[in-house]
Design a protein around this ligand. Sequence first.
Ligand SMILES: C[S@@+](CC[C@H](N)C(=O)[O-])C[C@H]1O[C@@H](n2cnc3c(N)ncnc32)[C@H](O)[C@@H]1O
Length: 327
Amino acid sequence: MDEAYRQASASGSPDPFSIMEQPNKRDNFVCGEPTVDRLRRSRVPAPKSCPPPPPSYPAQMTLAAWLALNHDIDRIDRELLAAHVLETTRAQVIARPDRPLMPPQRQSLNGLAARRRRGEPMAYLFGAKEFFGLAFKVNPSVLVPRPETELLVEFALAKAKPGDRVLDLGTGSGCIAITLKAQRPDLQVTATDLSATALQVAAENAARHHADIAFLRGDWLKAVRGQFDLILANPPYVADLEPALTALRHEPQEALNGGDGGLDAIKAIIYEAADQLSPRAWLCLEHGHDQAPAVAAQLRMRGYQGIATEQDLAGQPRLTSCLRPNP
Ligand SMILES: C[S@@+](CC[C@H](N)C(=O)[O-])C[C@H]1O[C@@H](n2cnc3c(N)ncnc32)[C@H](O)[C@@H]1O
């Protein structure tokens, strides 16, 4: 229950809206006129035979009132949630705050607002996230795709030659693999994950975008056979004692937690990928903003060549790429 609502109840104000949402009070609806107006004038119960209100029953709350009641939620988030439930744009929400909210809309909005208060990412509330201009289904089985990961896709698009075999390790929602295939249908794309539920989401996204991708389940390179011309990964890289892990508690921990120092997955991939890169093939890894020196050191130890780090749009070192070790 939100604060404004709680205060109204505590002060003894009648709640004209609750009756719309409690099926066991439906008997109080009165035929032929807005029930709440009628109840304001009289508390005499309506005859039990009265039918439930039709779906077009006039709303008793405007969008502006709902937005005001939920003032503790960030304004833009509130407006976006309203736009989502009302199947309109945020601009329309702002332009028409006087529009009425039907009880089911209000109920949906209250549910989403409660989840937002608990810190769930907006993308999970919408069930979708845009990445590289494409819409991806997301749910708590997959990491919400981040804008910085688009850099990995740009790297692959710049390096991939026609018909190259590309491997996306830890595909999550499938955003990297599917975007690549959508941009370059000539590529042979394989994507893996350890999580069966993540692979299910990725497969749905691939179908949605008509992307022909081989999905395989397994532990990093153990999931695949053969050689690849380009191996990409945005592995879990948050150190297990980082406060960020708590802040990101709604996203799958196995997608985020990179163990002690955050480098466990990165080290495993660097070690295993060397044998599965074709001659002149690239390995490209996303990592934490402070991990570039450690990642480069691991790559050097394993003999990789041409190690280079790129910055993300925020100017943070985010991506390290290299050529396979000399045989
Ligand atoms: C940071 S998320 C990246 C998801 C997606 N590629 C993206 O960029 O949004 C890391 C992914 O690696 C997967 N993962 C974790 N451990 C793994 C392992 N041992 N083998 C394969 N995938 C793993 C997680 O399930 C998760 O989907």
